[in-house]
Design a protein around this ligand. Structure first.
Ligand SMILES: Cc1ncc(C[n+]2csc(CCOP(=O)(O)OP(=O)(O)O)c2C)c(N)n1
Length: 560
């Protein structure tokens, strides 16, 4: 077996089920070997799209995904998506063919490129131990949550691979347990809190039940960062997303908290509105499997190294031990409310306000629509009502992004895919494709600005070719709206505004169903599509009114 074949086959044997890429001469064999060994391969139209499809697939499936690339220019095309994945600690393995002859047009320093954007790098350059090294690269991606660029030198790929040890899929190692002292300190902090809030990030998506039990045990409200949206659905104490996207009520309840504990959550400038969501006297704790993450974005009063589920469960037990009247966390008195001695944040008035006001769609607004445009909030609320609950929503970057993020509900923490760690525009469509493949029973929704949509338009072809039943909503303000609303001092805006573009016609040209929406009545096109076979995606070119920036953008500029 050749080295290229050994790499592909080994990864399939380790459990890789899905690969994305653009195939050229240098990654043809390795990709075919992956497919021959049982993995599915999706040919994207641009490596930038392929990278983000692989990233989103990994996020929404929990599997290690593979991106396969041609040497040199295949990798440079994919760099933005690889950077987003690396910043998000996505478990993704990039198989990059590598030209090392200095005279090759394709030669660039691929290892340096990977390192420069925070990805890990390995070189599969030895025919004698390529199987062992491939297994190592896979485990680095999966167990250390790394985006790994594995360079495959052209001169080695065609050599005969020495047979390696039998490849076995080994389960991930057990997550780190917190020390008893740290658990006690966390319990102490929460026991003394009058208004605690627990905030879960992507690293706590597996910890819903444990976090809700801990919240019950200390009378806490719960919230998520954007990437974990949906985790606490159904809890009457959920504030939904914390941070720039938060509704006015969610933001004010966060700000009034006296203790905030982040679980698997970076507590970054977005989730904490540049710190403004943390009251002056609030104490902050952070729980993370990675010691380096603790206190990275802001000062914390307590840092705990530990898995979120394990730590939350242990802290709930510790709280319980402090209460003389309860001996088990699952006791109805605890799961239904709070411990005797802790009043917490759980007052009826708070619950009633959350039920009435926490959703953005319940916040009154003055409709901006008219003269051929629709208010983005009116549009999104109508879509929320029309679309089936079982959906997976992907959002691009731009002024518009808060509307689909906060006015569309999602079924759970695997219903929202948010590839915004690099704040790049143009990733939303590919995100929706990867998420759609990871969650095939859900209706995929891609929410894009006109700028991001046109940047990624090549992947409309991939949507059509895969037959994805996707709704693509373009919030079309004929502008780089985020920039328009940034520069409000009378500077010329010709560089960021555009004549109207018929994006529906572009979608139709790619073979998608398409409609222009200017009024709520125009959404009949969505109704008809939903009632039909949905064998083609529907692109909605929504001509949106944007007389001013969205609330989250105005909020973000305050932190600039
Ligand atoms: C790759 C990249 N280029 C440029 C930017 C700067 N930028 C941020 S938002 C934005 C405009 C996005 O326009 P659009 O997709 O139409 O959404 P809108 O802001 O109009 O809602 C730009 C150019 C960026 N974030 N990423």
């Amino acid at each position: 077996m050749l080295v290229s074949e050994a790499v592909g086959r080994t990864l399939a044997e380790l459990g890789v089920r899905q690969a994305f890429g653009v195939v050229g001469s240098g990654n043809f064999d390795v990709t075919n070997a992956l497919v021959a060994a049982g993995a599915r391969y999706v040919a994207a139209r641009h490596e930038g799209g392929a990278a983000t499809m692989a990233d989103a697939y990994a996020r929404m499936s929990g599997e290690v995904s593979v991106l396969t690339l041609h040497q040199g220019c295949g990798l440079t095309n994919a760099m933005t998506g690889i950077t987003e994945a690396a910043k998000s600690r996505t478990s993704m393995l990039v198989l990059a063919a590598e030209a090392n002859a200095p005279t090759s047009n394709f030669a660039v320093d691929q290892a340096a490129m990977a390192t420069a954007v925070g990805a890990s790098t390995v070189r599969l350059d030895s025919a004698s131990d390529v199987v062992t090294e491939t297994v190592r690269a896979f485990h680095l991606a999966r167990d250390e949550r790394r985006t790994v660029v594995a360079n495959l030198p052209l001169e080695v790929q065609g050599q005969a691979a020495a047979p390696g040890p039998p490849v076995e899929a080994v389960p991930s190692p057990a997550p780190p347990e917190p020390t008893a002292g740290d658990v006690d300190a966390l319990a102490e902090l929460l026991a003394g809190a009058a208004r605690p809030v627990l905030v879960a990030g992507r690293g706590a998506r597996h910890a819903r039940e444990e976090l809700l039990r801990l919240a019950d045990a200390c009378g806490a409200l719960v919230a998520t960062s954007a990437v974990a949206k949906g985790l606490f659905n159904g809890s009457p104490w959920s504030l939904d997303v914390s941070g720039g996207f938060a509704s006015p009520l969610a933001a004010s309840l966060m700000t009034d908290a006296d203790v905030i504990v982040g679980f698997g959550c970076a507590l970054n400038m977005w989730t904490m509105r540049h710190g403004r969501l943390i009251g002056p006297d609030a104490r902050v704790a952070q729980v993370d499997v990675d010691a380096a993450a603790l206190g990275r974005n802001r000062p914390i009063d307590l840092g705990v190294v530990g898995d979120s589920a394990v730590t939350a469960a242990a802290a709930a037990q510790a709280l319980l031990r402090r209460s003389p009247s309860h001996d088990h966390v699952d006791s109805p008195a605890v799961s239904g409310g709070k411990l005797d001695m802790i009043t917490g944040y759980r007052e009826d008035a708070v619950r009633e306000r959350i039920a009435r006001e926490v959703r953005w769609r319940d916040v009154p607004y003055e409709d901006w629509g008219g003269e051929g445009t629709i208010d983005p909030r009116t549009l999104t609320i109508a879509l929320d009502d029309l679309l089936p609950v079982e959906r997976v929503v992907a959002v691009d970057s731009g002024n518009f992004m808060g509307y689909p993020s906060m006015f569309l509900s999602v079924p759970d923490e695997f219903g929202f895919c948010f590839t915004q760690a690099f704040q790049s525009i143009g990733l939303g469509l590919a995100t929706a494709i990867g998420a759609a493949l990871a969650q095939p029973s859900r209706l995929p929704v891609a929410a894009l600005g006109d700028g991001g949509a046109l940047m990624a338009a090549a992947e409309f072809d991939t949507v059509r070719r895969l037959g994805l039943p996707m709704l693509i909503v373009v919030y079309d303000d004929a502008a780089y709206g985020a920039e328009v609303h940034h520069f409000t001092d009378g500077q010329p805006l010709d560089t960021v505004t555009f004549p109207d573009t018929d994006i529906a016609a572009i979608g139709a040209g790619y073979g998608l169903d398409a409609a222009v929406v200017r009024t709520p009545d125009d959404l009949d096109a969505v109704r008809r599509w939903l009632d039909g076979p949905r064998d083609r995606a529907l692109l909605v070119d929504a001509k949106v009114a944007a007389p001013r920036g969205s609330w989250w953008l105005e909020e973000a500029f305050r932190g600039h």
